[in-house]
Design a protein around this ligand. Structure first.
Ligand code: DX5
Ligand code: ZN
Length: 225
């Protein structure tokens, strides 16, 4: 699929591979429709978060298995050292945590220099105001709706306020970033996020832990559409 046909306006559902069966990544990715969905890849380093997942090799495998837009969420310290590797593996968008960047402007410039789109995110406890200096040029602002590190956690309703703040800032400043929510997103919680201003809906357990993941994905698309 050529990049110009990837969906770049909400609502978009992004199945998270974190909850997929890694022995059946081909089946997990077969559900995804590259014309309407993204694929979310959670990279964890056991330092920034207390969990360890995968690196560029698995992103490259996802790239070979799917033409969908690859949304790579880096929950790692010193992300700048690995950005080029994830881009080479096929990442279309790379999101970094503000708390993990020594120099956020330089890190986002490094993402953009690879040709990837640039995303920024905050832990739930980090106030929205701390992201403001970097929002102008962003492609995506991710509101974490759980503490990063694990799938299957409960949605934090208090984060809806951060989604609203991100929408208001975008309107006030004419910025272009998409607002993504990640953590505890389901057919029950996604509509509240949509109403607050979210454009991209990451979901792991609500899709891959269900008995019929294909149907669960369709339900989520309907819930946000
Ligand atoms: C958590 C990850 C999420 C995770 C969400 O740190 O960033 O992307 O896959 O999983 P669910 O949808 O199960 O809460
Ligand atoms: Zn994520």
């Amino acid at each position: 699929m050529s990049p110009s046909t990837h969906p770049l306006a909400g609502p978009i559902v992004a199945p998270s591979l974190l909850s997929a069966d890694f022995a059946r990544l081909d089946q997990a990715l077969a559900l995804v429709d590259p014309a309407r969905d993204w694929v979310h890849c959670d990279v964890m380093d056991n330092h920034f978060v207390p969990n360890l997942t995968f690196g560029p090799q698995v992103v490259a495998a996802a790239r070979r298995l799917s033409a969908a837009f690859l949304d790579v969420h880096l929950m790692i310290e010193r992300p700048e050292t690995l950005i080029a590797g994830f881009r080479a593996a096929g990442a279309d968008l790379v999101t970094v945590h503000l708390e993990a960047c020594a120099d956020p402007a330089a890190t986002m410039a490094a993402v953009r220099a690879t040709g990837a789109r640039a995303g920024l995110t905050l832990r739930p406890g980090t106030p929205f105001a701390q992201a403001e200096p970097w929002l102008e040029d962003l492609d995506l602002f991710l509101v974490m709706t759980v503490e990063p590190g694990f799938g299957g956690q409960a949605f934090m309703p208090g984060m809806l306020e951060k989604v609203r703040a991100a929408r208001e800032w975008r309107e006030r400043h004419g910025a272009r970033y998409l607002i993504e929510v990640d953590g505890g997103i389901s057919s029950a919680t996604a509509p509240q996020c949509r109403a607050a201003g979210a454009d991209v809906f990451v979901a792991g357990n609500a899709i891959y832990a269900q008995s019929d993941p294909r149907r669960a994905l369709q339900e989520l698309r309907t819930a946000v559409g």
